[in-house]
Ligand binder design. Structure first.
Ligand SMILES: Nc1ncnc2c1ncn2[C@@H]1O[C@H](COP(=O)(O)OP(=O)(O)OP(=O)(O)O)[C@@H](O)[C@H]1O
Length: 227
């Protein structure tokens, strides 16, 4: 369970949000929305432990994420804006490095299967600088197929994907939630689940809501009043 209490973040001299409190339970997707510059990436980086909030706390399984350190990193898959793909490495090599950094071991056979599954069979030995934007994104998304992390934090994962890849990503997210995982993501498109619950948070506004199907009643809702 991810618990956020009285969180406030600023970038430069701008207060982005304050007094943000919410709980994201297992089998739940938190969809963070908001206009450009409202602080979605900042919030996701804070939830990933990459950025210290100004005030407030973030707890994972009851412990402060900054105290958990490596134990938290092992449970987390963070997917940032920039994919984390190294241009001179092949898809196979990139995924080997990512699996090591994620502390989530994967054999070459597993990686090749994941690349095949994500539609990159035949491209695994090309340096990723020779791939299209969407193909690079697919290499990064193959991490999700290989991941055993219970917590996924995904910043704009649908960008640059064609409709087949969007569908595949929807399926992966849905499976992660159905299997008992927690997903936090930002996207400007709607996300659907087959099982589990969607919780929504809109930064810079007061309209938070919950969407069916809700198998378990939420203990609370997110709130992020504008500063
Ligand atoms: N390193 C930084 N230093 C100063 N200000 C920053 C920094 N990074 C982001 N900001 C500012 O913080 C604000 C929020 O940025 P953030 O990237 O969190 O927004 P966002 O909601 O993810 O936006 P978008 O939808 O455009 O991706 C922006 O006004 C941005 O200019």
């Amino acid at each position: 369970m991810l618990e956020v209490a009285a969180l406030a973040c600023r970038r430069g001299d701008r207060h982005l949000f304050s007094d943000l409190s919410l709980t994201v339970r297992p089998r739940t997707l938190l969809h963070v929305r908001g206009r450009n510059g409202s602080g979605k990436t900042t919030l996701l980086r804070a939830l990933s432990g990459l950025l210290r909030p100004e005030t407030g706390s973030i707890r994972w399984r009851g412990e402060d994420i900054h105290h958990l350190g490596d134990d938290f990193n092992r449970d987390l898959l963070y997917f940032g804006h920039l994919n984390g793909i190294k241009a001179d490495l092949t898809g196979l090599e990139n995924l080997r490095v990512m699996a090591t950094l994620d502390q989530d071991p994967a054999s070459d056979d597993d990686i090749l299967d994941a690349l095949e599954h994500i539609g990159l069979g035949g491209f695994e030995d090309l340096p990723t600088r020779m791939l299209s934007q969407g193909q690079k994104k697919r290499v990064a998304l193959a991490r999700l197929i290989l991941s055993n992390a219970p917590l996924w934090i995904l910043d704009e994962p649908f960008t640059a994907l064609d409709s087949d890849a969007v569908h595949l990503l929807q399926t992966l997210i849905s499976k992660q939630v159905a299997d008992g995982g927690t997903v936090v993501l930002t996207t400007h498109q709607e996300v659907e689940l087959t099982r589990g619950q969607i919780q929504r948070l809109t930064l810079g506004a007061h309209d938070t809501d919950m969407q069916e199907p809700a198998e378990e009643a939420p203990s609370n809702e997110g709130s992020a009043p504008p500063c």
